[in-house]
Design a protein around this ligand. Structure first.
Ligand code: ADP
Ligand code: GN1
Ligand code: MG
Length: 395
């Protein structure tokens, strides 16, 4: 259940927040946000601030400013996770480049530049991001108004629209100079290396947790073949590297509350050369699941074939003609591989003491790992159907 609280800070600022992660934000942190915000090129008076979204990586806040008598506007302020993104300069160069490219496409289509693409708001010094006295990096975006991001599909149409939007995103970046993109996380979707990392974590067992997760480790080891499939296809030149998003979960897309369209793709930290099948697959593992990613009751977790079909349709309609036959044939495999990879990443993090993904409870990463492995097993059961559905929409 959500809890609401309001604070009056020493300088009179009213601070309201939706506390889903109650207790995680101290008064000092709240004052820190105000200090950071003061260094951005915002105008008006800061009237409220709240944590925003359920991303696992960055710290995201929504700030509201009143501008004289003209009403109020919201902005996003985000602390970049420096453990994960070690070269913020390069990361922000990617984002500035990609959003600049997307803006040209939105203009060509006569779209809304403030809602259909992320817009960085610079610092008062005119920089794309701020480095604070502790070496933490912060950036700000125009807030996408009248839109929402979902952790679970509420209406199947929303999932269809997210497929269309992610497909279009890939299409709009098809002519982006891939060689200018920095690799923000090395070997991000190299499933083989992820597998090796898991084996290393099991071996080290630094938190003495391996004995309690034997079943999950066994599942990962039994499915090792999934880790090598895409590497081989790439090596053989059967599938190309494309500019992809690489983190296509449903909550990385803003759905317009009025039209229901996928209005804007967010979370551009991992836009890098990658595989189309992975962008497809990551969206399926999250959005076609019948339960939340961290559901404890595994009997609720399965891969919904209706949602899967809806996504196949939307994705192929929007970018199918750009993909080669092998990529399309491999889309179901993308779903299985991404789900497996995500499961082993959660398991690795659990074994290493939860240093990568944000957690809200003990065993959170283990619960997440279990849902992913349950989905992989379910996809195995539905494998022929998953392939037949892709064939049905392949032109
Ligand atoms: P993380 O890397 O932690 O997932 P995201 O960039 O995805 O961080 O941001 C977290 C959440 O914040 C998103 O899922 C979305 O709901 C919300 N969000 C991000 N950017 C914006 C924006 N410009 N306007 C409105 N909401 C946003
Ligand atoms: C992270 O940042 P967020 O929450 O959108 C992760 C993805 C995982 C996902 C699992 C940079 O995504 O790779 O698939 O969690 N992002 C990064 O929910 O590691
Ligand atoms: Mg995100």
């Amino acid at each position: 259940a959500k809890k609401y609280k309001a604070y009056l800070l020493s300088d009179g600022m009213l601070f309201t927040a939706v506390w889903e992660r109650e207790g995680k934000m101290t008064k000092i942190q709240k004052e820190e946000i105000k200090k950071i915000a003061d260094q951005f090129a915002f105008t008006g008076e800061l009237i409220s601030c709240a944590p925003c979204g359920s991303g696992h990586i960055n710290e995201t806040y929504m700030l509201r400013y009143r501008i004289g008598e003209m009403g109020s506007i919201k902005v996003i302020l985000q602390k970049i996770n420096r453990e994960i993104f070690q070269k913020p300069e390069e990361l922000m160069e990617n984002i500035a480049g990609v959003t600049g490219h997307l803006k040209k496409k939105v203009i060509e289509k006569g779209g809304d530049l403030e809602r259909e693409v992320l817009n960085l708001i610079p610092t008062k010094e005119g920089k794309a991001y701020l480095t604070d006295e502790n070496g933490e990096c912060w950036r700000s975006y125009i807030f996408i108004t009248d839109a929402v991001s979902y952790d679970l599909v509420e209406k199947p149409e929303d999932f269809y629209e997210s497929a269309v939007a992610f497909g279009k995103f890939q299409e709009m970046l098809a002519d982006y100079p891939a060689e200018t993109l920095h690799e923000t996380i090395k070997d991000f979707h190299d499933t083989k290396k992820r597998f090796q990392a898991l084996k290393d974590a099991v071996e080290k067992d630094c938190c003495h947790r391996a004995a309690s997760v034997k079943e999950e480790i066994a599942f990962a080891l039994q499915h090792e073949d999934l880790a090598g499939i895409f590497g081989k296809l790439l090596e053989n030149g059967e599938v190309p590297l494309r500019v992809t998003h690489n983190d296509t979960k449903l909550n990385n897309i803003m759905i317009d509350l009025e039209t229901g369209k996928g209005i804007c793709v967010v979370d551009l930290d991992t836009v890098m050369p990658g595989l189309a099948m992975n962008d497809f697959g990551d969206a399926i593992r999250f959005g076609a699941s019948t339960a939340l990613e961290d559901e404890k009751d595994l009997s609720k977790v399965s891969c919904d074939m209706e949602l899967y079909e809806i996504y196949v349709k939307g994705f192929l309609e929007s970018c199918g003609d750009k993909l080669n036959a092998r990529e399309i044939e491999m889309l179901p495999m993308g779903a299985k591989v991404m789900t497996y990879e995500c499961g082993i990443r959660f398991l690795t993090d659990y074994l290493e003491g939860d240093h990568y993904f944000k957690i809200d409870r003990e065993d959170h990463n283990l619960d997440r790992c279990r849902t992913q492995f349950k989905l992989v097993a379910d996809m195995e059961q539905k494998w022929e159907q998953m392939q037949a559905i892709v064939k049905k929409y392949q032109k």
